[in-house]
Design a protein around this ligand. Structure first.
Ligand code: F6P
Length: 365
């Protein structure tokens, strides 16, 4: 009997989703050309609403370099999984019930989920409810527990680094301070890597709350040393020491009332209070998630896809296929679900960056 699987991409898109699906599909077709693959549309929403495409091997050709996801994606909050799928219908199944039912009605042998943090909680819930789930770790944020790296991360770091590179020349010409806002609300992996790769002078990440006065002192110090420009790489979710002490609701209220649309603009206004150097802001935003996967991500997703397919073939379920110490391995979903991989305060890259004079905004100057 040939294997019949469902596959979906969930949460924010990133580079490498198509190449990862290609890896899974090609390995399965290679083992058995009669393999059946149903592609659920727009992530878990497709599984809930039984919305899918019957895929064929030709659907997975020519997509290695393609950005985004050929299946579409959506964010579906884990917290709502046990609430009614159709709230206005009295006998509506819950979202979880609908997904379990559709999986069984479609007679699937396994479900392959490509997702990030939130999606892994839902994937684990489905596994606990009897579905044969195998997952692959996607996100530009690199914040999934249990894998050293997620796909999309390297490609997005390349883009953010190119932005900082580009800003360098204009910053030098004008002798300005530039703030480049890098994606990452909860973790600073991208900002840390792109900041070091792009030669930023200050790197601000959510894991290390900063003092704007310290950042301003760094700018003055550089100015006095005759450096014509300064570059600050700031993560979307970076907070001042004061903000980090706030309760979640107070912080959210402060953000809602703030006249600044994002952290980089807030920081610029704070810096203007301490320095008369010209400050400019660049926010590449979702551009960081777009376009073709880097060669590294193409190789990574191909290997992850192959191993995920082999897990399905061997009936090894309830696992995420990730990378640990340079090896592609299966990690139990229950160890991954709900855990965030933050940048440790004592991470060697922070040590190395500090070693070459990069500031994180919490130093004594
Ligand atoms: O999780 C990936 C990510 O790009 C984060 O870096 C960012 O904070 C968030 O998604 C943006 O979410 P959305 O695409 O829903 O605006």
């Amino acid at each position: 009997m040939s294997i019949r699987i469902g596959m979906l991409t969930s949460g924010g898109d990133c580079q490498g989703l198509n190449s990862a699906m290609r890896g899974v599909a090609k390995r399965l077709y290679e083992a058995d050309p009669k393999t059946e693959i149903l592609g659920f549309l727009d992530g878990f929403a497709g599984l809930m609403k039984n919305s899918y495409r019957v895929m064929g091997s030709k659907d997975f050709s020519g997509i290695l370099t393609l950005g985004g996801t050929i299946l579409g994606t959506s964010r579906q909050s884990f917290k709502t999984m046990e609430t009614a799928l159709y709230p206005d219908q009295p006998n509506s199944p819950t979202k979880l019930e609908a997904m379990v039912k559709n999986y069984h009605d479609l007679d699937l042998d396994a479900l392959v989920v490509l997702g990030g943090n939130g999606s892994h909680k839902t994937a684990n819930l489905l596994y606990e409810n009897g579905l044969n789930v195998v997952t692959l770790p996607k996100t530009i944020d690199n914040d999934l527990w249990g894998t050293d790296i997620t796909f999309g991360f390297q490609s997005a770091v390349n883009i953010a680094t190119n932005v900082i590179d580009g800003i360098h020349s204009t910053a030098t010409s004008h002798g300005r301070v530039f703030i480049v806002e890098v994606m990452g609300h909860k973790v600073g992996w991208m900002t840390l890597h792109a900041g070091i790769a792009g030669g930023a002078d200050v790197i601000l990440i959510p894991e290390i709350p900063y003092d704007p006065e310290v950042v301003a002192k760094v700018l003055l110090k550089r100015d006095k040393a005759g450096k014509r420009f300064s570059i600050i790489a700031v993560a979307e979710g970076a907070r001042t020491i004061q903000e980090a002490k706030m309760s979640k609701s107070d912080y959210n209220e402060m953000i809602a009332e703030s006249p600044y649309i994002s952290v980089a603009y807030r920081l610029a206004s704070m810096l203007n209070q301490y320095t008369d150097q010209e400050v400019r802001v660049t926010v590449p935003g979702h551009f960081q998630r777009g376009g073709t996967p880097s060669p590294y991500d193409r190789v990574l997703t191909t290997s992850l896809g192959v191993v995920a397919a082999e897990k399905v073939m061997r009936k090894k379920f309830g696992i995420m296929v990730g990378m640990v110490n340079n090896k592609i391995v299966g990690i139990p979903l229950k160890e991954v679900a709900g855990k965030l991989k933050e940048v440790p305060q004592d991470h060697e890259l922070i040590h190395d960056a500090r070693g070459i004079g990069i500031y994180f905004g919490n130093e004594q100057i």
